[in-house]
Design a binder for this molecule. Structure first.
Ligand SMILES: [Zn+2]
Length: 282
């Protein structure tokens, strides 16, 4: 039997690309960190934000940045927080650990809380617990004046209700965060954009069967578009099926350029500026 072997495509030619979402502490990447970062730089990706999904990976994200920041000139940042999948693991002690890390945000290069939100697709934690943990972390984001990375899947109405409730109480920042790997409709995305959110685009935008996300891109103003990989997941075409890594965010940049009829380097420049604005990077 012949086995179809494909080599990954590493597009070169762009500069100053910001991958705003890559789980670089994941085992599939960690063992090869130096090479992954070198390939990113070779493709023009010189800034990466490493998000967390529980207390343990919050520490791993911080450790990764401490170990690799500045490697061959790469600029790394991270976030800390508890993902809805992991909501059951959240208690007062977890909360204090997160607050303790954020108190030293300058030292650790922590730029956001996240991923936080609701996921009713996998339902890995009970929904009432997910909602409670989401609310608690939203409150921390507001009180500590730090943006958050929203993970929402098949929980749109409840997510919107919780966000609106925070906004009505005056407990939401003007620029609250990013709807990471936006899977919602253009109509819902519009509501989030009106609330001040940025929209994160990644691999699924390049998937041939995806009709929804191009519609979200169409209504998204230029100054709210972020690019992300969600490495090691969601690998864009034509590398779909392989382990994702920050170098591949350039495929998302190119797809946005194609759909919007824009110059890819201009898309790289704008999405970088957007990331810098949201995460307050000078
Ligand atoms: Zn993620």
């Amino acid at each position: 039997m012949s086995h179809k072997h494909r080599d990954p495509v590493y597009p070169e030619g762009l500069t100053g690309v910001f991958d705003t979402h890559a789980h670089l502490y994941d085992e599939r990447i960690l063992a090869d960190s130096g090479n992954v970062l070198e390939r990113a730089l070779k493709c023009g990706v010189d800034t990466v934000l490493v998000p967390a999904d529980n207390e343990e990976t919050s520490k791993k994200a911080v450790d990764f940045v401490r170990e690799w920041d500045g490697y061959k000139g790469i600029d790394l940042y991270c976030s800390v927080g508890v993902h809805p999948h992991e909501a059951s693991s959240y208690d007062d002690r977890t909360e204090q650990a997160l607050i303790g890390l954020i108190a030293e945000r300058e030292k650790h290069k922590i730029k956001a809380i996240g991923e936080i939100g609701l996921d009713y697709y996998y339902d890995l934690s009970p929904r009432d617990v997910q909602r409670d943990v989401f609310r608690r972390q939203l409150q921390i984001a507001y009180e500590l004046d730090i943006p958050f990375i929203l993970h929402e899947r098949e929980a749109t109405q409840d997510s919107l209700n919780i966000l609106k409730e925070a906004k009505q109480k005056g407990m939401m920042l003007a620029s609250p965060g990013v709807c990471h790997c936006c899977t919602c409709s253009a109509e819902i995305a519009k509501i989030l954009i009106d609330m001040g959110f940025y929209i994160g685009f990644d691999g699924p935008l390049t998937f041939k069967n995806n009709k929804k996300t191009p519609g979200v891109l169409e209504i998204c103003p230029w100054d709210r578009i972020l690019v992300e990989t969600d490495s090691p997941y969601l690998t864009p075409e034509p590398n779909r099926g392989m382990t994702n890594e920050p170098a591949f965010v350039t495929l998302v940049v190119e797809k946005i350029a194609q759909l919007k009829g824009a110059d890819p380097q201009e898309v790289a420049r704008i999405t970088r500026e957007n990331g810098m604005n949201l995460f307050r990077i000078k």
